[in-house]
Design a protein around this ligand. Structure first.
Ligand SMILES: Cc1ncc(COP(=O)(O)O)c(C=O)c1O
Length: 476
């Protein structure tokens, strides 16, 4: 009888395994991939080939795409993603740093479920938008009033419009290489190269990022060096009186994920005060660095602050905040506002609910713990690199990090700039990490999330050490 039970048990297990293997190995054209190409060797490949037929580049986002194609996500749980081929991947990219609590965080799920059954969007305000605006104000009094939108791009766009309306000036200044969203003016000099990054005076040139950028846009954007406070001061002394705003991210990922120096932030702050330009601090990513966001950590007193990503708990969001006086530029209550800002889904109750649950669980203790894990990561990686004689380092503050190859310390966009060979090596490292089951962004930056512990941080540090060592050993 015992034997019968055992045999039945083995049969059931074999049956389940067969089903799972069958699912994973299911050839393209079967199951969910009915339109897929027969040559594909995995579901993700089949999905990619299918997507490439209806989506340019086979992906909605260039920034998260890599060769031959990314795996397609099926679901997420905590700090892991399971892809459609059944692979479990530790997620250190967190949808470009927007998921502070990783995936399917139960308080966010519960809040969204509760909100969703009541209705997803109304042509009426909801109390949840008041609560999220109040939450931001309580964390940093400079965020006295807020207007929500659906992305960081929109938030920056609205802040620039506001600055122009308030000052009556058209030009803005931004830092070289820094990303603030996909919007003409703000994309200027996003990715200049050594061949074009200097103007005739040795200052950062205004370079168009997209084909067709109007010359007038380039004239309206002054570009500042991220890590040269003296030159920055000189440029601002000359251009300051013409500027509506200076926008800065004090921990810009594209500028190397290195903190902007106190000298540079002081130069900008002083120039804005002196010349009447607004200081916009873009905390779309860097808000996560502190309970009150990034500005206080850098001694900055911004006029306007843009946020997004973690304040939406994983749902689309953007926000522009500032004093009631400055934010009155959006005030429509007494007639036509100076600047219009609105959108069909602005302040939608799902994003509000997710944001509230996310921030409620990102309190002082959680911020401190996560930032501590970031320090642990950098220390562990550097210990490993030192022991192995690897010339590389990991920059970053708090839970944000980025890998740089070479012995030189990165201080900003130009020193972080990777030429073709280094770029290729970074791509290989990114790929190597994924092969080991760890997802970074394609330029080898990342962000930790609260479900992580020392266990995941050690795994990340050890794997990065091993993958970098292997990749560098193949370089001549
Ligand atoms: C600093 C910064 N500002 C603005 C944006 C644009 O945000 P979104 O992608 O939500 O439009 C990003 C996006 O990564 C960002 O990093």
């Amino acid at each position: 009888m015992d034997q019968m039970i055992q045999l039945t048990f083995i049969w059931i297990i074999s049956f389940i395994v067969a089903i799972q293997v069958g699912e994973t190995m299911m050839s393209p054209g079967q199951g969910h991939n009915s339109g897929a190409t027969a040559a594909a060797t995995s579901r993700s490949e089949a999905a990619y080939l299918r997507e490439a037929k209806v989506v340019p580049g086979g992906s909605m986002r260039a920034a998260s795409w890599f060769k031959p194609h990314p795996p397609y996500a099926a679901r997420g749980e905590g700090c892991f993603i399971v892809d459609i081929d059944g692979r479990r991947i530790m997620d250190c990219a967190n949808n470009f740093f927007s998921l502070i609590h990783g995936h399917a965080f139960p308080p966010v799920l519960a809040a969204v479920q509760e909100a969703m059954v009541k209705g997803t969007a109304f042509g009426m305000p909801t109390e949840s938008e008041i609560m999220l605006a109040e939450t931001l104000a309580a964390r940093n009094p400079r965020l006295e009033q807020t207007r929500f939108c659906n992305s960081g791009t929109e938030a920056v766009l609205a802040a620039v419009k506001a600055a122009r309306a308030i000052t009556g000036r058209e030009r803005i200044a931004k830092f070289e290489g820094c990303y603030h969203g996909a919007y003409d003016w703000i994309e200027v000099s996003l990715d200049p190269t050594p061949a074009n990054w200097n103007d005739e005076n040795g200052n950062p040139a205004s370079i168009g990022t997209n084909a067709g950028t109007p010359e007038s846009v380039l004239r309206e954007v002054v570009v500042l060096p991220y890590d040269d406070p003296q030159r920055c001061a000189e440029i601002l002394r000359r251009e300051g009186p013409t500027l509506a705003a200076v926008i800065l991210d004090p921990h810009a990922s594209r500028a190397g994920a290195v903190p902007m120096s106190r000298e540079t932030t002081a130069v900008v702050q002083e120039a804005c005060r002196r010349d009447g330009a607004l200081l916009i601090v873009d905390e779309v990513i860097s808000f996560r660095l502190g309970f009150s966001g990034a500005s206080p950590l850098f001694g900055l007193q911004p006029d306007l602050v843009t946020t997004a990503k973690i304040i939406g708990g994983g749902l689309p969001i953007g926000a522009v905040s500032g004093s009631a006086k400055l934010m009155s530029v959006f005030n429509h209550a007494d007639g036509k506002p100076k600047v219009s800002m609105g959108g069909t889904f602005s302040g939608n109750p799902l994003s509000m609910a997710a944001g509230l649950a996310s921030l409620a669980n990102y309190d002082q203790a959680a911020v401190g713990r996560l930032n501590g894990l970031g320090d642990l990561l950098r220390n562990k990686v550097h210990d490993g690199f030192e022991k192995a004689g690897i010339k590389a380092h990991v920059s970053g503050l708090g839970s944000l990090f980025r890998l740089h190859l070479g012995a030189a310390k990165v201080t900003g966009y130009r020193s972080a700039y990777a030429g073709p060979e280094t770029s290729q090596t970074l791509k290989n490292i990114h790929r190597g990490m994924l092969d080991e089951g760890i997802l970074l962004t394609p330029n080898c930056s990342g962000a930790l999330s609260t479900p992580m512990s020392e266990t995941e941080v050690s795994r990340l540090a050890d794997t990065l050490g091993a993958v970098v060592a292997k990749e560098l050993s193949t370089r001549v």
